[in-house]
Design a protein around this ligand. Structure first.
Ligand code: MOS
Length: 710
């Protein structure tokens, strides 16, 4: 480990040392599998479990739990604890294809899987809608359906009147498909009772929601639920709350008096966990002859489920990319027969900025302006929505430094004019991204040991993003000890609340708490090591007590991005080169340059990886990923990693990453903003814009494939 370049758990991970949830093998472990619905909507008329029960080794087949035995945990965004309010196995309702209809538990996983396939269900099917344009889909205006201030449409000035006066105008509709987070670690849990305490091992971003949600579902005290999740194998929003399989597993474990393990198959993850919903964006931009924006309209439709209104906040970010004096947002939700969709890395910022930044490219083309120059000309120091200053905003530096690194000055402005020596068409595209800098309550406990070690326990989940490294480096720096003398406890309800880690607020919420605790520890120690007993202190990150109270109760508790005196966002600029092959029209991406403004860079190695990961995701969205809906039966046709192609090494060539690395003066004492999600925002637009530059084809639907360029 060398100073501030450490990635502290790298060696352990390479050696396979960390235990993920499914790695736990308690004595007497039984294995579960699910039988799932083959219709999209209707009721279960009859269930025959006799053949399943006859399989040797089968111990239990659960088909129906009383609503008092397993209450609904409620929808996370409506005061509940789960990714959806609908709880399978508590009624005869089928709300989506792939919904569990039976949980089978056996001595080994083969018997459980085999038996689950033998559960026979007869259904009464009802008409269903799976596409946002299907006749049975129900459209609601979000701000009327969910009257919460932060979900109201952003409206500044009279955008329509300004548009009518504009010298240059573009208007276009952009269609984004549904996608699945597809984290490497499948969703699953090992659940066991230790006396009357329920112990849950599950890879999660929100151990507190599992604890309090299960307590609510099972009618037990939250003190009797422990959730242990020190490492999560990728979450990306899909693991942000209680999953519906854990309650039934807990009941099965109690009935059998044995620990029970369930790991969803990959197709089950596609059908039973949250996903990025379909969205459609109509963007209208008006500018003066030089390309200075006068007005923007962003009307978005987003898919949701029948049972929950998954709220959209597209216009929160698209209204803040530039200093646009007039903006009108309008967001609608379209109810279809699916499991409730949810947050997937840059849930609104990526699709919203893709649409907006493609439209800005169209505007630059229409105005005959350079896309970088046009963006610089529309930069702002103040939030155009509230009029407050940004806490920090280095968009111009991101664009200027990125252009320099990329060699943008050599770009030929006209599209479809640049042919490489191998005959491929070359295109360069640019786009920016922004992501709200929110914070959540975090409490840290710091301990100094007589032998010089320092331990920190804090709210936060390590899901591959490197929060453990960021915390370790800060502690090592403040205590003047090597990083290998620092231990960090995370993701475990026995050491802290473990409120939701998401929204790119993990590091910026945990570090200020750790910072405060370490300063307090240093003061307590007075420059000396403890003699005898270790010395421990605690401190919070200082968010208001009512928010901390909500977090302790396992509910979403958020502050920002609009604060009293400023508005806080992270920013980024991406530059993408594409090459479109002459005959096959295959699209390749030889290089990407990304320059990020995330405040102070807390951990350089993991931060650069975060940005590369975000770029890879953005390229996946631009060129690969999209769920294919089965109109006949509901569900998704390509629910495997063979048929849902995510970007792999062969798709990604060179990604150069730089940071502005200037501490945010206002947001928190450590000066960090978020990074994980902003890294993805704008990548797909830069790639789409590069494809236009290469080919002269404007494709307004993702993913862009060979078929679009033939
Ligand atoms: Mo993230 S999509 O907020 O986990």
């Amino acid at each position: 480990m060398n100073g501030n370049r450490a990635r502290v758990d790298a060696r352990d991970k390479v050696m396979g040392a960390p235990l993920f949830a499914a790695d736990r093998v308690p004595d007497g472990l039984a294995h579960a599998a699910l039988a799932t619905a083959t219709i999209d909507r209707g009721r279960i008329a009859a269930l025959d479990t006799a053949r399943a029960e006859a399989v040797p080794g089968v111990r239990l087949v659960l088909t129906r739990l009383g609503e008092d035995e397993l209450r609904t945990a409620g929808f996370l965004m409506a005061g509940g604890y789960a990714f959806q309010s609908f709880q399978p196995l508590t009624s005869d309702r089928i709300a989506y294809r792939g919904q569990p209809v039976a949980l089978v538990v056996a001595d080994d996983p083969v018997a459980a899987t085999h038996a689950a396939e033998l559960v026979e269900a007869r259904y009464e099917a009802e008409p269903h809608a799976v596409r946002i344009d299907d006749p049975g889909a129900t459209v609601v205006l979000q701000q009327e359906a969910i009257p919460l201030p932060f979900l109201a449409d952003v409206v500044v000035g009279d955008a329509d009147a300004e548009l009518a006066k504009a010298e240059v105008r573009v208007e276009a509709v952009y269609e984004h498909p549904s996608q699945n987070s597809a984290p490497m670690e499948l969703i699953g849990a090992v659940v066991q009772w230790r006396g009357d305490t329920l112990v849950v091992h599950e890879g999660t971003q929100n151990a507190a929601s599992i604890r309090h949600g299960l307590a609510h579902q099972l009618g037990i005290d939250a003190e009797r639920v422990e959730v242990v999740s020190p490492y999560t194998g990728g979450g990306f929003g899909q693991k942000n709350s209680l999953q519906p399989h854990i309650g039934p597993l807990a009941i099965a474990a109690r009935r059998l008096g044995r620990p029970v393990k369930l790991v969803l198959t990959r197709p089950q993850v596609f059908h039973q966990a949250s996903f990025r919903p379909v969205s459609r964006h109509r963007i209208s931009l008006g500018a003066d002859a030089s390309g200075r924006l006068l007005a923007a309209v962003h009307e978005a439709d987003q898919q949701t489920s029948r049972h929950d209104l998954f709220p959209a906040t597209f216009t929160e970010v698209t209204s803040r990319l530039y200093g646009v004096p007039a903006f009108r947002g309008r967001q609608r939700l379209v109810q279809t027969d699916v499991q409730t969709p949810g947050y997937m890395r840059a849930p609104f910022e990526h699709p919203g900025a893709w649409a907006m930044e493609c439209a800005v490219d169209e505007l630059a083309h229409a105005a005959g302006a350079d896309p970088v120059e046009l963006r610089l000309a529309n930069d702002t120091t103040h939030d155009p929505v509230t009029g407050k200053p940004f806490s920090s905003r280095h968009v111009a530096e991101c664009l200027q430094r990125g252009a320099e690194l990329f060699g943008w000055a050599k770009r030929r402005p006209e599209p479809a004019q640049w042919i490489a020596s191998d005959g491929s068409q070359v295109g360069w595209g640019v786009a920016i991204g922004a992501y709200p800098a929110a914070s959540t309550p975090a409490v840290a406990r710091a301990v100094a040991y007589p032998d010089g070690r320092v331990g920190v326990e804090v709210d936060g989940h390590e899901m591959g993003q490197g929060i453990r490294s960021a915390i370790t480096l800060l502690v090592a720096d403040l205590m003047g000890v090597p990083a290998n003398r620092v231990t960090v406890g995370l993701g475990d309800t026995r050491v802290a609340t473990q409120h939701l880690t998401a929204g790119s607020w993990g590091t910026s919420s945990a570090l200020p708490a750790v910072h405060a605790a370490i300063l307090k520890l240093r003061e307590t120690l007075g420059g000396r090591r403890p003699t005898g007993a270790p010395v421990a202190v605690s401190a919070s990150n200082g968010l208001p007590e009512p928010l901390q109270e909500r977090a302790r109760a396992g509910q979403v508790a958020l502050a920002g991005p609009v604060w009293d005196d400023f508005v806080a966002y992270s920013f980024i600029a991406h530059f993408v080169e594409v090459r479109v092959a002459a005959g096959t029209r295959r699209i390749r991406v030889p290089r990407v340059v990304s320059v990020a403004d995330c405040g102070r860079v807390a951990s350089p190695v993991t931060a650069a990886s975060q940005v590369r990961g975000g770029v890879v995701w953005g390229l996946g969205a631009a060129l690969r990923e999209g769920l294919e809906v089965d109109e006949r039966y509901g569900g998704f046709v390509n629910a495997t990693l063979e048929e849902y192609p995510v970007t792999v090494n062969a798709d990604v060539a060179r990604i150069d990453v730089e940071f502005i690395d200037r501490p945010d003066p206002l947001l928190n004492p450590v000066g960090v903003k978020g990074l994980g999600e902003v890294s993805m925002v704008g990548v797909a637009a830069a790639a789409s814009n590069a494809i236009f530059h290469a080919t002269g084809r404007r494709v307004r639907r993702l993913p862009i494939t060979i078929a679009d360029l033939l």
